[in-house]
Design a protein around this ligand. Structure first.
Ligand SMILES: *Cc1c(COP(=O)(O)O)cnc(C)c1O
Length: 203
């Protein structure tokens, strides 16, 4: 079982996109506090329904559009998929206006993948001085989503690479691992696995 098998150093982010408020409430009753959502409007409805659960730690894991930055900052403490300097700069500016300091993960794309966003390692390295100097954000770590077709070996290599890149940037966080690969990610040094279907059941 997932919760039992996770090392203590790895946090479980329960990905509740597509799940009902009742399902989230049931998991909360079992002690889960961190929930990941990827659609702003869907999340807002559930957050309203669950407003009595004031200790939920909501984290945004989806692709963040520029016009959604403000509502996301108001409703989420962490953003996992920051994939450009422009987006990071906008987050910092609006966070400053709102007097917030969100936790950010820099999304890296370490393998070719037409369906995924993220900075290459070369881009991340060259942008890092500017990213790091943004005033109203707290860089927590790096985040990766592997391409679907990778073997176990390929996944392990990718996760190990993400860990070494986080270390090179001086970041403690590694947001990696989903239902299909959270064990491998945890073995390689994930600090937060984002797990949906393995936790809630398949749709
Ligand atoms: C949906 C999603 C997950 C969870 O996926 P599962 O395979 O259901 O565990 C994790 N991370 C991101 C970015 C997602 O969009």
């Amino acid at each position: 079982d997932l919760v039992v098998a996770l090392p203590a150093a790895v946090k479980l982010l329960a990905v509740s996109k597509g799940r009902s408020a009742a399902e989230i409430r049931a998991l909360h009753a079992l002690g889960q506090r961190s929930f990941g959502e990827s659609r702003v409007q869907e999340a807002a409805l559930k957050q309203q329904e669950l407003a009595d659960l004031s200790d939920i730690d909501w984290q945004f894991i989806g692709r963040l559009q520029a016009n959604k930055v403000r509502p996301v900052l108001k409703a989420f403490k962490a953003i996992h998929a920051v994939d450009s300097f422009n987006l990071a700069q906008r987050i910092s500016r609006i966070a400053g206006e709102l007097e917030l300091c969100p936790q950010l993960y820099l999304q890296l794309k370490l393998r070719p993948d037409a369906n995924k966003a993220g900075l290459s390692w070369a881009e991340a390295q060259s942008l890092w001085p500017q990213l790091q100097s943004l005033p109203d954000v707290h860089w927590q770590g790096v985040m990766v989503i592997p391409p679907r077709e990778l073997s176990e070996q390929g996944l392990s290599a990718l996760f190990a690479e993400a860990v070494s890149h986080a270390t090179a940037l001086g970041l403690p966080g590694r947001s990696m691992g989903m239902s299909g690969d959270w064990r491998l990610a945890a073995q390689q040094g994930s600090t937060v696995v984002r797990v949906g279907s393995a936790l809630f059941g398949s749709d």
